[in-house]
Design a protein around this ligand. Structure first.
Ligand SMILES: Cc1cc2nc3c(=O)[nH]c(=O)nc-3n(C[C@H](O)[C@H](O)[C@H](O)COP(=O)(O)OP(=O)(O)OC[C@H]3O[C@@H](n4cnc5c(N)ncnc54)[C@H](O)[C@@H]3O)c2cc1C
Length: 409
């Protein structure tokens, strides 16, 4: 059996290893278009702060790991999928024939349509090459404009603050972490950042970047004003890497649409990770939870099915835990609608919100309450019925750990 995996991030690497365990004789080609060995993007912030070196970000540290497993790891960029001929066409013209193909090409940072983003000193923070470029300009005391205060933006914020940089954060929405936090939560994080000396501008749009005399950058803002910076970091969302699939006939929405076996065609083509649009834990369909645990679980399930197994994906629980300059925030599942219970202590930077579906918790937000994270995840993932505990939590949502102990076996 010939397996081709395109994309050598966490989804692709876990898939290759799982295939090897299940099919010792199969031929495995793992194709990646970034230089060096496969690495974890989530380690980039630690590379930026200097806590680890680039080697520490590698997904597998052992020397010759892929070779020893008989995984043919090669550099290349997929340019076209020829489904009729069952082959993947690479940019250098070579062709890789497959019996089973996994698309694990992840996502790329999206660029807002404003002028000046190609200037030196304007970067995304998505690849190791980006991290290197940022590190060059990000000396202590340097002034940085970070555009986008979503999950990735706030992760980067943390490492830029740790590097001792002076930070202005620009966010189009009316609060920080607009997809991960409600207004109470987003505002709380903003005041926390303010107190740490980070200048946050919400309801503000990037209008453009221009080069100033002396090589600095002038960042124009809407509704007005501008900020001068040594570095501009753009973190305004991501886009699935599916361009090479144009004309393939696969169903592409904002990712490759897959079923609960992670199959894209019900047969020989599978997709996993940030590039896949797959089942959500709540029963709906989602794309890009864009977190590594989802990517690796996708990779594992797809690999089981590629090797003749029948593994079903239960769906990803949207779950993000974030450290923003020392304040730990978490969001789980669908917290946006439904009956809810909230408790906030604005001065102490503590907040909890629970969203119910009948007597089950379907989503939650917490700030500054790390002790609740495991319990909330457990209550949501096991779909535990709360019974009489629901009324208690409606009165006092901080009692989730007690509810978990009482309700989850
Ligand atoms: C700064 C940062 C911090 C993060 N922090 C966290 C965190 O704390 N927790 C968390 O869970 N997640 C975090 N993430 C998100 C996490 O890194 C992604 O969800 C994860 O990398 C997705 O894995 P993947 O294998 O689907 O895709 P990727 O890791 O993106 O790997 C896909 C690979 O495919 C390659 N590729 C793309 N197109 C082609 C092509 N045509 N041909 C060949 N190769 C191609 C790409 O270049 C890439 O190397 C972070 C991301 C960033 C950028």
């Amino acid at each position: 059996m010939r397996y081709v995996i395109v994309g050598a991030g966490p989804a692709g690497v876990v898939a290759a290893e799982t295939i090897r365990r299940r099919d010792p004789k199969g031929e495995i080609a793992l194709v990646g278009d970034e230089p060096g060995e496969p690495y974890a993007r989530m380690a980039i912030p630690y590379v930026l702060t200097g806590k680890i070196g680039e080697d520490g970000a590698r997904l597998r540290k052992a020397k010759d790991h892929y070779k020893n497993l008989g995984i043919g790891y090669r550099s290349g960029r997929a340019e076209k999928l020829d489904r009729a001929g069952k082959q993947l066409v690479l940019a250098d013209g070579s062709k890789l024939a497959y019996d089973r193909l996994l698309i694990a090409t992840g996502a790329s940072a999206a660029k807002p349509p404003v002028p000046g983003l190609d200037l030196p000193g304007v970067h995304h923070c998505w690849t190791m090459a980006d991290a290197r470029a940022i590190a060059k300009r990000a000396g202590k005391g340097a002034e940085v404009v970070l555009v986008g205060a979503g999950f990735i933006g706030c992760i980067i914020l943390e490492s830029l603050v740790e590097r001792g940089m002076k930070l202005t954060v620009v966010e189009t929405e009316n609060r920080m972490l607009p997809k991960m936090m409600d207004e109470t939560g987003g505002d709380m994080i903003e005041s926390w950042c303010d107190a740490k000396g980070v200048h946050v501008l919400t309801s503000t749009r990037l209008k453009g970047v221009e080069k100033e005399k002396g090589g600095r950058l002038a960042v124009a803002l809407d509704p007005g004003g501008s900020v001068v910076a040594d570095l501009v970091v753009i973190a305004t969302g991501v886009k699935a890497n599916t361009g090479f699939l144009a004309g393939s006939g696969l169903k592409i929405e904002d990712g490759v649409v897959v079923d609960n076996r992670l199959s894209a065609d019900g047969d020989s083509i599978f997709a996993a990770g940030d590039c896949a649009k797959g089942p959500d834990f709540s029963g709906g369909f989602m794309v890009q939870h864009a977190i590594q645990p989802t990517a690796t679980e996708h990779g594992r399930i797809a690999a089981v099915n590629m090797t003749g197994g029948d593994a079903r994906y239960k769906g990803s629980l949207i779950m993000n835990v974030l450290d923003t300059a020392g304040l730990i925030t978490a969001s789980f599942g669908h917290w946006e609608q439904g009956e809810e219970a909230r408790a906030a202590d604005l001065k102490a930077f503590k907040y909890v919100k629970l969203a119910f579906d009948g007597d089950r918790i379907k989503g939650a937000l917490t700030i500054g309450m790390t002790e609740h994270i495991g319990a909330l995840r457990g209550l949501i993932q096991t779909r535990a019925r709360l019974g009489s505990w629901k009324a208690k939590l409606m009165r006092d949502p901080t009692r989730v750990v007690e509810a978990f102990v009482s309700k989850v076996p």
